[in-house]
Design a protein around this ligand. Sequence first.
Ligand code: AMP
Length: 142
Amino acid sequence: MTVPAYDPENIFAKILKGIIPSVKLYEDEDTLAFMDVMPQAPGHLLVIPKQGSRNILDADPVVLARLMPVVQKLAIAVKQAFEADGVYIAQFNEPAAGQTVFHLHFHVIPRHEGVGLKPHSGSMEKIETLTAHAEKIRACLS
Ligand code: AMP
């Protein structure tokens, strides 16, 4: 079964174009990272490539190779910023796997022993809280 075509009007493409606001954390030539608006835990962030692909199934391997070091960099920073015991990294492909936004993205979520995650796409966080969390993470980026 083939993957449906990439839709350049998806919400993350609009964030990349600046049409929709986001709480940005990190940006380089190929990559953008920003806070998830419905965090499953404080510090939940998303890392996306600037090049459009629906998910990992249709992504250019060269894009993935540039993206993963940023996922690693932010995982290290968010672990330090939130004094977490671990970091959960998730990436969903197609609705059957739980994907709801069809622009490739990696979830990076700090985890603490014995603390559960809130539901996926649960409730919206306040912008001030997301901004404060982004500042904390940015301070730990080397
Ligand atoms: P999924 O496609 O299932 O991997 O999840 C998409 C994620 O994007 C969810 O965790 C949403 O909370 C998040 N999300 C949806 N819209 C926005 C937005 N405008 N800014 C930041 N995060 C978003």
